[in-house]
Design a protein around this ligand. Structure first.
Ligand code: S3P
Length: 447
């Protein structure tokens, strides 16, 4: 049974919350702790479906794991210890799980199949297949008529050592970069990725924690092969800024709001939304915690102010790629025409987010234009009106349209919101804790 959210126009949001652990970091710590020597405890453990998908893949590769009291313990099997899976490895709906696992599997001397659910079957995989094939792995995906793209399931037959390559991906994608760097651990020399724009650097940071030699120079990042490494016995994962983004945006837009987000990740490759909201006039105060954490973390204090339109340039998009749905809602609230350039990658997320967000916001009375190059233009400053809108099963669309519902006059119904479990199962509970809980009601979908 699927759930819809019915949302009323919100009074001010007030309060202090901690969002669940960062999904992107959790994936990487899981994968690297699995091939580390010794045991790693990941704290706190995320209840997000996508993190469970990575865990299931590792279990399928013979890695022992144990969940106790919100901590996940991974017993690392070392770089030579993964075992050939008996069945297809279940990636759920997680693109990060599939793409990063493919990187690790490229260096394994066995055959493995990575599969997943219906939305994952629509995600392009040629972007990782091509470099991993260049490195010497066999990677086969499903073909479709009229395109050279490859889709899941992916069958990978790894090799060791792989050929060290220097690769320039066509898109700025942390998933692609990470797949190549993880494969690089099993290469015969230095592997380099040169990105067209900087994407999130969590893989580089976790590899650094493992003592693996990672060099960065501008947009180039290189990794040296490894034979054995350890992670610290206990790894603390900060809160997910991409989840916090929905509360930040809601609090920036709903008049009278003041919200504090505690212990949230502040990695500079992820924080562009904060710069953009500030530029739009929101009051955003950031306090970075004084410690030697490998991932910066701290508190964000946001307060509503009248917003003005802004322009986000294409080179900044990777640093707020998952926040664009939330930003589109903020743009509806800001006076003037906002522009977000070069967002084509949104078309190949869990759904085509340009379509799902544009349709949802248009139903609520917003004017959103999309150019042939996939630049967005949003006319803001007019109130949104409540409507029935479809999440299309995309977690970030569901959460962004819920925030739009808080701002709209009248009642909004967002369909299919159970998908928020992919990244943020606690979303509705935490949102209700910040406002009058009666503002949001979850109802069983009748059709
Ligand atoms: C992710 C990177 C981004 C992001 C995704 C998670 C990651 O994808 O959209 O939600 O964990 O590396 P791309 O790197 O493909 O843009």
């Amino acid at each position: 049974m699927s759930l819809n959210a019915v949302i009323a126009n919100a009074q001010a949001l007030r309060g202090d919350v901690r969002v669940p652990p960062d999904k992107a970091i959790t994936h990487r710590v899981l994968l690297l702790s699995a091939v580390a020597a010794g045991s790693t405890e990941i704290v706190p453990w995320s209840a997000a479906d996508d993190c469970h998908a990575t865990l299931a893949v590792l279990q399928g590769l013979g890695v022992p794991t144990r969940l106790t009291e919100g901590r996940m313990r991974v017993e690392g099997v070392g770089l030579d210890g993964l075992t050939a899976p008996a069945m297809a490895l279940p990636c759920g709906e997680s693109g990060t799980t599939m793409r990063l696992s493919a990187g690790l599997l490229a260096g394994q001397p066995f055959r493995a199949v990575l599969d997943g659910g219906p939305s994952l079957h629509q995600r392009p995989m040629q972007r990782i297949a091509e470099p991993l094939i260049q490195m010497g792995a066999t990677v086969e995906g499903a073909a479709r008529p009229g395109t050279t793209e490859r889709y899941p399931p992916l069958t990978i037959h790894g090799r060791r050592p792989l050929t060290a390559i220097s690769y320039r991906p066509a898109v700025a994608s942390a998933q692609v970069k990470s797949a190549i760097l993880l494969a690089g651990l099993f290469a015969a020399g230095r592997t380099t990725v040169v990105e067209p724009a900087a994407s999130r650097d969590h893989t580089e940071r976790v590899l650094g924690q493992c003592g693996v030699v990672v060099r960065r120079e501008g947009l180039a990042v290189s990794v040296e092969p490894a034979t054995r490494f350890r992670l610290p016995e206990r790894v603390t994962v900060p809160g997910d800024l991409s989840s916090a983004a929905f509360f930040l945006t809601a609090a920036a837009c709903v008049p009278g709001s003041h919200v504090d987000i505690r212990e949230v990740g502040l990695n500079p490759t992820r924080t562009r939304l904060l710069d953009v909201l500030r530029r739009m006039g929101a009051s955003i105060d950031v306090e970075v915690a004084e410690n030697d954490a490998w991932e910066p973390c701290g508190r964000i204090r946001v307060a509503a102010r009248p917003l003005r339109a802004t322009t986000v340039e294409a080179q900044d998009v990777p640093a707020l790629i998952d926040e664009i749905p939330a930003l589109m809602v903020a743009a509806c609230c800001a006076n003037g025409i906002s522009r977000v350039q070069g967002v084509r990658e949104l078309r190949v997320k869990e759904t085509d987010r340009i379509r799902s967000m544009t349709q949802g916001l248009a139903r609520m009375g917003a004017t959103v234009r999309v150019s042939v190059n996939d630049d967005l233009e949003i006319e803001g400053g007019r109130p949104l009106t409540g409507a029935r809108v479809d999440s299309e099963g995309d977690h970030r669309t569901a959460m962004a349209l819920t925030v739009a519902g808080l701002l709209a006059e009248g009642s909004t119904e967002v369909t299919g919101v159970d998908c928020v479990g992919k990244s943020f199962p606690e979303f509705f509970d935490l949102l209700q804790s910040l406002t009058d809980p009666a503002t949001i009601t979850l109802v069983e979908a009748t059709e």
